[in-house]
Design a protein around this ligand. Sequence first.
Ligand code: ADP
Ligand code: MG
Length: 138
Amino acid sequence: MTTIETHSPAETEQVGAALAGRLSAGDVVGFTGGLGAGKTVFTRGLARGLGYDGDVTSPTFALIHEYRGGRVPLCHMDAYRLNGADDLFETGFYDYLDGGWIVAIEWNERAGVAPAVAVAIERVDDDTRRIRLEGRGY
Ligand code: ADP
Ligand code: MG
């Protein structure tokens, strides 16, 4: 387990980009942490670290965003509205995993997936976040 404190969104993105180097196809990154914690900012860093240059925004309404073109394609899910395993199956989650994607899940407590890397983000104050990483050498 590793705990890192960041003091700007850019720093949180850097932590995400560093994690990207440890991931491969079929890995799940599971986020916990409330609204505005920085889950989407961190995922933007993941995408950047994989070599994806486009927009990375909250998938709250679409449920899933797909970022292709990096070293491994990244699927960005918001599980906030999911209720258990059947809902997760409906999203195509397992198709992404079998299809060689990395899947980043915000609100993973709602999806209940055992991730390769668990990322828990806590808001300390306006600009400070405490990020706890677990798995893949963290
Ligand atoms: P979530 O996806 O967890 O709801 P977002 O990533 O969408 O959260 O938003 C995080 C918000 O917190 C952004 O407005 C961002 O600018 C702000 N922020 C301030 N400091 C940090 C930091 N150290 N790391 C990440 N985000 C931060
Ligand atoms: Mg978000």
